[in-house]
Design a protein around this ligand. Structure first.
Ligand code: NDP
Ligand code: GUE
Ligand code: MG
Length: 295
């Protein structure tokens, strides 16, 4: 059998960002509005610093304003909530993202609920979670949205396909399942208490791996020809002291069996950032009562 087709998230996200950039240019030219994204980072986690830097760079490349707020790890919860309140009120800010995880002394749920749902470009606020579940217009979490765009680009219509989502987190697994239900897939959500995970995965035409366990999903769990979206981002140590980024799927064995598969890096990761910019543009248009932008 020939190897799976590689789903190139770097190329696809690049095209998406070009489309976004032209809409941003139009918004600036016609309406004199520059979409703005505020990213808040509490603490000095090196991985988070890399993401925040990449997000800021992509935001500016797209023609939007980027506002970065870096707060020390011991920032009191109240101060963070006050900053969010000021961003909620700032007309130059259309999207707000607080990088997760936040330090332990801060209540994550309080932070999420402090963000104005209209500016919640992560789609984590209960209002957006509820709107997505109810099939209403919502700001949709970026990683599931990016994964869905890759799936549709590769498979066209998804109706009737069997999809297995491995992982049930609020940021990936659950919203991913919601989007697949909306596309009329038959959706199974697996997690740490699922019995006989390999046989559950073997039923799937679409496998979404969002577990956070390096290379856990093996090629012989995959139905031949299935489409595999690997959301996992795991940095592993190599014998020579270097590190490497791997997904939740054992790529070397899965690529032999799948019909199409996303690599790590270069798969879902760059789509997450492109969708964040997309959500910022959508949020900006809605805040100014401009026509909906479709993607
Ligand atoms: N590409 C991107 O842009 C992004 C990538 N990620 C990556 O995606 C992965 C998942 O992230 P996230 O959803 O936040 O992770 P969480 O840790 O919040 O959730 C992991 C889920 O996997 C389940 N799980 C853990 N171990 C097993 C197992 N052995 N068998 C079956 N299920 C298991 C857990 O089950 P239970 O609920 O029972 O504990 C849980 O539902 C991570 O690698 C993360 O780095 C995350 C966000 C964005
Ligand atoms: N409020 C919030 N929203 C998030 O969306 C959010 C978050 N917190 N906390 C952390 C996770 C993780 N995340 C990634 C984004 C891009 C890449 C990405 O671009 N990855 C590149 C490689 C990057 C590298 O080399 O390290 C790739 O996969 O090709 C990865 C992971 C967003 N997250
Ligand atoms: Mg916490």
């Amino acid at each position: 059998m020939t190897d799976a087709k590689l789903i190139d998230g770097t190329v696809f996200s690049g095209k998406l960002r070009e489309t976004i950039a032209s809409r941003v240019a139009e918004m600036k030219g016609k309406h004199r509005i520059t979409p703005g994204l505020a990213v808040v980072l509490v603490g000095e986690d090196p991985a988070s610093q890399v993401y925040v830097r990449t997000k800021g760079k992509r935001t500016v490349e797209t023609g939007m304003n980027s506002f970065e707020h870096k707060l020390p790890a011991d920032t009191p919860e109240d101060s963070l909530l006050l900053l969010i309140d000021s961003l909620n009120k700032d007309p130059a800010v259309h999207g707000i993202l607080v990088q997760l995880p936040v330090p332990k002394h801060i209540d994550t749920q309080k932070v999420i609920e402090a963000i104005d749902p209209a500016k919640d470009v992560d789609g984590f606020h209960p209002v957006n979670v509820g709107r997505l579940a109810a099939g209403m217009d919502a700001l949709v979490p970026c990683t599931p949205l990016g994964s869905l765009l890759l799936l549709k680009d590769n498979l066209g219509k998804l109706g009737g396909l069997d999809a297995v989502v491995i992982g049930r987190s609020n940021i990936v697994g659950k919203p991913m399942a919601q989007l697949l239900i909306r596309e009329s897939c038959t959706v199974t959500i697996a997690h740490s208490q699922t019995r006989d995970l390999p046989s559950v995965v073997r039923r799937a035409d679409i496998v979404i791996a969002a577990v956070g366990r390096p290379e856990m999903i093996k090629g012989d769990w995959i139905k031949p020809g299935a489409t595999v979206i690997d959301v996992g981002i795991n940095r592993i140590d190599l014998p020579d002291g270097k590190t490497r980024l791997v997904g939740d799927v054992d790529f070397a064995s899965a690529v032999k069996v799948a019909g199409a598969i996303t690599p790590v890096p270069g798969g879902v990761g760059p789509m997450t950032i492109a969708c964040l910019l997309r959500n910022t543009l959508v949020a900006c248009a809605r805040q100014h009562n401009l026509p909906e932008v479709e993607f």
